[in-house]
Design a protein. Structure first.
Length: 164
């Protein structure tokens, strides 16, 4: 989750030294060792901002000026498709729900590598098996999972390769 945050902010033009400073400040403000993996919403502007609720009202806390601003526009969050625990900490993430709705990243399963929900089989193993066997149907039989999920795992890995 933290790498995802850093990547998105770097793409938005925030320099790494600024991201590091924001991380240090937010660790202190939130009293959390991994603040970018919490339900708190972060966004970019000329200065980097943290959105939070204060007395039930959505506000923005500017990490540079240390002032609150009114939250005027609801911003698309980096925290979409994430499963949260009751304390607001990230548990797991569905990284590509549109192309692979059964692919999940969970730190307790397969060392945080993408897996298929239910079977917990790493998607990489499935994609490699399809390449070796030459058939999604055969791999579905071997892994005892639906052929649809085999195709989903292969599609997920193709999408990752294109993104890299």
């Amino acid at each position: 989750m933290e790498l995802r945050f850093v990547s998105e902010f770097a793409k938005a033009g925030v320099r790494l030294n600024e991201i590091r400073a924001i991380l240090d400040e937010v660790k202190d403000v939130l009293k959390h060792p991994h603040p970018f993996a919490t339900r708190t919403v972060f966004r970019t502007k000329k200065s980097s901002l943290k959105s939070q609720k204060k007395n039930g009202v959505e506000v923005i806390y500017d990490l540079k000026s240390k002032n609150y601003e009114m939250h005027v526009v609801v911003l698309k969050s980096l925290k979409e498709n994430v499963l949260w625990d009751p304390r607001g900490n990230a548990l797991a993430w569905f990284p590509r729900p549109n192309i692979a709705p059964h692919v999940l990243i969970h730190p307790s399963h397969s060392f945080g590598r993408p897996i298929l929900v239910g079977s917990k089989i790493p998607t990489e193993a499935i994609a490699e098996a399809v390449e070796a066997e030459g058939s999604a149907k055969t791999v579905a039989y071997l892994f005892e999972i639906p052929e649809k999920q085999v195709r989903e795992a292969v599609r997920f890995h193709r999408h990752l390769r294109k993104a890299a």
